[in-house]
Design a protein around this ligand. Structure first.
Ligand code: NAI
Length: 332
């Protein structure tokens, strides 16, 4: 069975090759991102294996159907970049990796929160230049602060446990409250109340039509002045231009991002010898109280091993039974 892996980086080769012990699985790696134009590389493949910034819109899916692809195996939990209706109509199954390491993303979220709070990103540069002045580096005790988690699924629950451990009062908003969070003492409140009370707001919900630009001008206006906002879920949960307005007015005191709504043209590529073509993103980089990482929340050894193993398990089960282990179903 031929499997074409798109957006393949050296770590994908390493971990997928290690997981694909069955000689019947023939892996072909493409550095290219999958879209309608590059889909022709998959001619003759039964499976395409895609990542978060591959474009699986209707046009790409029509091409994949033409080339005989029967399974899209995502190496991600999120599936907002796939036109599920088009895939269903084309008879192409879609599989994902629902859980690999919630610790990886929750711990990265904590890294952003603590770095922004104690200004570690600024201190690093200062000390290297022999500047040991402390002006502008003052932080706050995490203990006793109110943290608001939007979305307490796998990642949000691990983060709740960590923040409770730091002595934060944790509020949460989720249509499906977690039993474990409740047992930890997390209090579920309406979004309005979470926005108004939290000193730190973190977004751990999926990108859906309901959560698209969940954080907009109106939501920012309801937040506590000087709030810290962190997004490690999906970029478009936040309206970036509204957030820039919030940073300029001081309503947002610190911003941590691991994801960005237009990240497809930037992230995972080395643009250091070129320039940043996105002016909104470039504006974000001018704020001293903004810390951005390039979608690396998932990037731990344990997570990559689990992603590769589940991806191969999805494919082998599909080969055996016609259905992957973790199918993405059409929303009702
Ligand atoms: P999950 O499916 O376990 O949890 C998501 C939670 O969000 C669910 O409890 C759901 O009820 C809740 N939710 C849905 N709509 C909501 C809304 N409008 N308001 C509040 N809560 C809402 O997903 P998991 O594994 O915790 O991942 C969350 C998201 O994190 C993924 O969808 C993905 O977009 C992102 N992610 C980011 C990674 C990174 O590298 N930065 C890596 C993996 C996931």
């Amino acid at each position: 069975m031929r499997i074409d892996v798109f957006s393949a980086k050296p770590h994908d080769l390493e971990f997928l090759r290690a997981a694909a012990t069955d000689k019947a699985l023939e892996l072909q790696f493409h550095e290219a991102r999958l879209n309608a134009d590059t889909s022709r590389l998959a001619e003759g493949a039964e499976v395409v294996c895609a990542f978060v910034n591959d474009d699986l819109a209707r046009e790409t899916i029509a091409k994949l159907q033409e080339f005989g692809v029967t399974l899209i195996a995502l190496r991600s939990a999120g599936f907002n970049h796939v036109d599920l209706r088009a895939a269903h109509a084309a008879g192409i199954a879609v599989a994902r990796v629902p859980a690999y390491s919630p610790y990886a993303v929750a711990e990265h979220t904590l890294a952003l929160i603590l770095a922004l709070n104690r200004k570690t990103h600024r201190a690093f540069n200062r000390v290297r230049e022999g500047n040991f002045a402390l002006d502008g580096l003052m932080g706050f005790d995490m203990h006793g602060k109110v943290a608001g988690i939007v979305g307490t699924g796998l990642i949000g629950t691990v983060l709740a446990r960590i923040l409770c451990g730091l002595g934060c009062e944790v509020l949460a908003s989720d249509p499906y409250p977690s039993v474990e969070c409740k047992a930890l003492g997390v209090r579920y409140v309406e979004m309005e109340q979470l926005l108004g009370r939290a000193d730190i707001i973190t977004l751990q919900c999926p990108l859906t039509p309901e959560t698209h630009h969940l954080i907009d001008d109106a939501a920012i206006a309801r937040m506590k002045p000087g709030v810290m906002l962190v997004n490690t879920s999906r970029g478009a949960v936040v309206d970036t231009k509204a957030v820039i307005r919030g940073l300029k007015s001081g309503q947002i005191g610190a911003l941590g991002l691991d994801v960005y709504e237009e990240e497809g043209d930037l992230f995972f590529e080395d643009l250091s010898n070129s320039y940043i073509p996105d002016d909104v993103f470039a504006r974000l980089l001018t704020f001293p109280n903004v810390l951005i990482t390039g979608h690396q929340g998932f990037f731990t050894r344990e997570a990559l091993r689990a992603i590769a193993e589940t991806t191969i398990a999805n494919i082998t089960q599909f080969q055996r039974t016609g259905a992957p282990m973790h199918p993405v179903k059409l929303p009702e």
